[in-house]
Write a new protein. Structure first.
Length: 134
């Protein structure tokens, strides 16, 4: 087990994105497994690890077209996402909500796609992320 540090997390995320860009999906999966092994020292670390893990996993599922697996994954992390949602960084929260929408949309599960898009749109209204943009 690894103890979290922002340097380790950033390095893993950068490596994951590089592998994803060149379609080295096995290395992406190994990096996601490593992210799962990180242990948080506090709630802030837990949010950073969880957010990085979720965005990486969803990104991989979208890029490989594994939408059925993606829907199962979303259901498995939904409760923890709700728990940590208030402290998730705004940009990361937008990315996660949009990726959830994408997976359901590409799976042609439009009812759940609309659910995630509505959550995203509701959250982006004042006092959400775009409150200063109006």
């Amino acid at each position: 087990t690894l103890i979290i540090s922002s340097l380790i997390l950033s390095s893993l995320n950068n490596f994951f994105l590089s592998c994803l860009y060149v379609k080295r999906y096995n290395e992406c999966s190994e990096t996601i497994n490593t992210l799962q092994q990180l242990h948080a020292r506090n709630l802030g670390d837990e949010e950073m690890i969880f957010s990085t893990y979720i965005t990486a996993k969803l990104d991989l599922l979208i890029n490989t077209g594994a939408y059925e697996e993606g829907m199962k994954f979303i259901e498995s992390i939904k409760n923890k996402f709700e728990k940590l949602s208030p402290i998730v960084r705004p940009f990361t929260r937008v990315v996660i909500l949009y990726y959830c929408f994408q997976i359901y949309f590409y799976a042609k599960n439009y009812k759940n796609a609309l659910y995630w898009m509505n959550r995203l749109m509701r959250w982006m209204q004042p006092p959400g992320i775009l409150s200063g943009a109006y």
